[in-house]
Design a protein around this ligand. Sequence first.
Ligand code: FES
Length: 117
Amino acid sequence: MAKLYVSFENGNPEQVIEFDPFLAPFHHDGEPGSILDILLGHGVELEHACGGNCACTTCHVIVTQGMTHLTENEEEEDDMLDKAPGLVSTSRLGCQAVMAEGEVKIRIPRHTINQQV
Ligand code: FES
């Protein structure tokens, strides 16, 4: 089993999603087996204004542990991430980072690009 720990900067309670990678993908938005796909497949909301197509950054998440269990960033993801508010060295787009094993911890930032004025 793989585990995805999700904390929220907006104060929502932490969630722990335990899933069988062999049952992925969960047929939601984003790359099959991506963090976005896993979250939506387990009833946890993550903004995804472009529908998981690497075109908006609203699915920005900060990986706090387990980066090696995620697929590597593609250039397209890095280019898009540059536009995300609150970018850090372990930022990823939830719709692009695919997780197939191990334990990963992420934090969902309080603000997305859609909330900036
Ligand atoms: S949902 Fe738009 S970039 Fe991920």
